[in-house]
Design a binder for this molecule. Sequence first.
Ligand code: SAH
Length: 244
Amino acid sequence: MGKVYLTGAGPGDIELMTVKALRVVKEADVVIYDRLANPDILEEAKDGCEFVYVGKEDGRHIMPQDEINEVIYQNALKYENVVRLKGGDPFVFGRGGEEALYLHERDIKFEIIPGITSAISAPAYAGIPVTHRGVAVSFRVVTGHESPNKKVSQIPWNNFKTDDTIVFLMGLHNLAKISKKLQEIGKSADYPVAVISRGTTKDQSVVVGTLDTIVSKAKDVPTPALIVVGKVVLLRDQLKWFNA
Ligand code: SAH
């Protein structure tokens, strides 16, 4: 019986992968990966390493999570070193917790290798610090997958009235609803918003607007993309450095 390394691949730029992640990929007998993990990482694997794609598009699974769990488990029965490679960090909307529980219930050993999440690194590459003295004392990372029109929301919208930074992952298709909801709770129409697409990669693009304009400005943005809401967005004017 093998061990499973639930591994964060980082956000895209291969150099943002951790030394530990690189080591386990080099030692892997099998790498189980999805779309968000940079495929160049697979080139680091040894000869004979098996690759299993369990695709995931923009937060929506092509393979249901139950099946992914089972694929990981079956590989752990077969191989010594199993790497489950996930975009960003495995525990930030990566369903890594569910995969770890599934293994725990079956007595499979595992390790968690955190990764640099897109939630902070895509803003950093866009020149947007998620916290900044005098501007934002905290940041939240929120799912944008839940429709803001949902009757009973798990998202505490009423706590978003301050100027603290909000980063929405998986939210591009709900951008119009999110913008509307934030205005309903009291944010002004000219409140700053950025949409960052393919952050930290050579294809990174950044659209800056307001709650009022962002929907039309970002309508053709490719995924994966995240949304940053907050006054920190304005710092990009001076701090943009990548692809600038
Ligand atoms: N575990 C991942 C997030 C998985 S949820 C992490 O820590 O980064 C998938 C969402 O992450 C996407 O819908 C998108 O909002 C965001 N995302 C992932 N990679 C991204 C990137 N390179 N640029 C912008 N957003 C990204």
